[in-house]
Design a protein around this ligand. Structure first.
Ligand code: NAD
Ligand code: UDP
Length: 319
């Protein structure tokens, strides 16, 4: 039985990855320090012999007994309000954490995939973003802690690949959504749905002309899995190229939820990228991958998930 270590296992993407690898017949070790994650996301796996959980901060030395075939490094705060609240931990998990996992991969002869991000492109001057674009990041801005940690993570990973011959994969993930996102993580989809469910006004930052391209979680997980199993070591964008402005998107949310609340405008956070759309030519050509779930269907599934949460959870998740 092949064995995989997934860091950030109690988070949104990590928990879906655990499900995927269990389904594919792997032995899965999930690791998380629960700083932004929740054990609820993986508690259904605890009864399985093929799943183990380690409560550990990967910015500290990582020890895993026995063999390992694959490592997926997904531990990191991922939402702007999270990484603004814990900037040093964010820098550490992208740098020290990545170094620890590269060392572990080398010691075990495992293949390592790291979760990079569209944020390496910063506020992009090239549109849509291809993997060849070097990006436009403000190193000392508030988002710099996340963006630069991820850029360092990519450089460190390529250095281990080139210098030690380690098998590595780099996925540049574009905005992904779906069940198990935290309602109060501040990202736009849980923010708008949470506001609609609690009967609050919907907060659009800036004038809403900034764009994003949203990928449903099942598509994202398939893309990541295909990349891990491929033999391609350079970064690959995985996301849904269907782009929308935040102002048009809030209208879709109003229609989906039937909320009677109004839209209110708040200041645009510093360095908030004005446009974002993945060029997925590479993913299509190399992995034969492209997203299948359209936004209408994905948003319906996501809304159903948030609606199924209890009143207490809704209240607890106000911010
Ligand atoms: P999340 O916050 O739901 O999950 C992150 C998990 O990592 C949490 O469970 C958290 O407790 C854990 N973690 C954080 N620091 C840790 C540490 N030092 N040691 C151990 N565990 C730690 O976020 P997510 O959306 O699931 O994102 C997962 C990964 O994917 C992140 O690396 C993120 O940068 C990347 N990513 C996500 C998106 C997206 O749209 N969701 C986009 C780009 C990149
Ligand atoms: N956003 C918004 N209202 C909110 C939360 C976010 O208008 O309540 C905007 C935010 O300014 C950004 C976009 O939605 O332009 C996506 O934000 P998110 O935090 O989801 O992701 P990221 O900026 O990292 O792509």
């Amino acid at each position: 039985m092949k064995k995989v270590l997934i860091t950030g296992a109690a988070g949104f993407l990590g928990s879906h990855l655990c499900d995927k690898f269990i389904k594919e017949g792997f032995k899965v070790i999930g690791m998380d320090n629960l700083i932004t994650g929740d054990l609820k996301n993986i508690e259904h796996l605890f009864k399985l012999d093929t799943f183990e959980f380690y409560h550990h901060d990967v910015s500290k030395f990582v020890h895993v007994p026995g063999d390992l075939d694959y490592i997926l490094h997904f531990a990191s705060p991922a939402s702007p309000i999270d990484y603004l609240k814990i900037p040093i931990q964010t820098l550490k998990v992208g740098s020290l954490g990545t170094h620890n996992l590269l060392g572990l991969a080398k010691a075990k002869g495992a293949r390592l995939l790291i979760a990079s991000t569209s944020e390496v492109y910063g506020d992009p001057l090239v549109h849509p973003q291809t993997e060849e674009y070097y990006g436009n990041v403000n190193t000392i801005g508030p988002r710099g802690v996340y963006d630069e940690a991820k850029r360092f993570q990519e450089s460190m990973t390529m250095a281990y690949h080139r210098f030690h011959g380690l098998e590595t994969r780099i996925v540049r993930i574009f905005n992904t959504y779906g069940p198990r996102m935290r309602l109060n993580d501040g990202r736009v989809i849980p923010a708008f749905i949470g506001q609609a469910l609690r009967g609050e006004d919907l907060t659009v930052f800036g004038d809403g002309s900034q764009t994003r391209s949203f990928c449903y979680v099942d598509d994202q997980i398939e893309g990541i899995y295909s990349l891990l199993m491929s033999d391609y070591a350079e970064p690959v964008n995985i996301g849904n190229p269907y782009e929308i402005s935040i102002l048009d998107f809030v209208q879709e949310i109003i229609k989906l939820t039937g909320t009677q609340q109004k839209i209110i405008f708040k200041p645009l956070p510093k360095d908030d990228p004005m446009q974002r759309q993945p060029d997925i030519t590479k993913a299509k050509a190399i992995l034969g991958w492209e997203p299948k779930v359209d936004r209408k269907e994905g948003m319906r599934l996501t809304y159903d998930y948030f609606k199924s949460l209890s009143e207490d959870e809704l209240k607890k998740n106000e911010h």
